[in-house]
Design a protein around this ligand. Structure first.
Ligand code: IMP
Ligand code: MG
Length: 179
């Protein structure tokens, strides 16, 4: 793993807050006639976004579940070989499912999750991400809720890591090599 340092701030805490407000407004509007929704938070990166998001939802019954995926290992390049681990008692069948991701890059992770969950007959299945890097997509996938599109840069903070560090930053930053 290369030594990296923070180059610049891409989104401040205030800007991130505004993005979460916009996403939650859309979800609240779309689910206004629904009684319940299950949020499936993809660990670890989405944990901050999911916790901010669920506190803004006006749907009466919000369940929160966690899954873990792995494709990156300790590198910053997606392998395309996505593994999914379910934590706790996740009930997909007949439930309104919203999968919450931190960032969509190649699209491999979300495509794999869509295959697994749609085969279990949910009442509805939608995908939500805080960040989207559409220029990096290698598989075709339509994401229902996107916080914000970003250019092809590796970002950290607000849950996103580089080699498991930087997740705690309340802002989002771009890294560069520390020579
Ligand atoms: P995908 O399968 O290529 O779409 O990869 C999605 C996953 O890669 C995300 O959930 C992140 O864990 C990780 N990832 C992709 N881009 C970044 C980034 O810029 N910073 C940190 N993690 C990233
Ligand atoms: Mg992730």
């Amino acid at each position: 793993m290369k030594n990296m340092k923070i180059k610049s701030v891409m989104f401040t805490e205030t800007e991130l807050n505004e993005i979460v407000n916009q996403v939650s407004d859309r979800i609240n509007q779309d689910y206004k006639d629904e009684d319940s929704v299950t949020i499936v938070c993809v660990l670890t990166g989405a944990v901050i976004f999911a916790s901010d998001l669920i506190r803004r939802l006006s749907i009466p019954n919000v369940k929160l579940n966690f899954i873990r995926t792995s494709s990156y290992g300790k590198s910053d390049v997606s392998s395309g070989n996505v593994k999914v681990f379910e934590l706790g008692n996740l009930e997909i069948t007949d439930n309104n499912i919203i999968v919450v991701e931190d960032i969509i890059d190649t699209g491999n992770t979300i495509k794999k999750l869509a295959e697994i969950f749609s085969s279990q007959n949910p009442k509805s299945l939608k995908f939500c991400t805080m960040f989207d890097k559409p220029s990096r997509r290698t598989v075709d996938f339509d994401v229902d809720y996107v916080g914000v599109e970003i250019p092809d840069e590796f970002i950290v903070g607000y849950g996103l890591d580089y080699g498991e560090i930087y997740r705690q930053l309340p802002y989002v930053a771009v890294l560069c090599e520390d020579n």
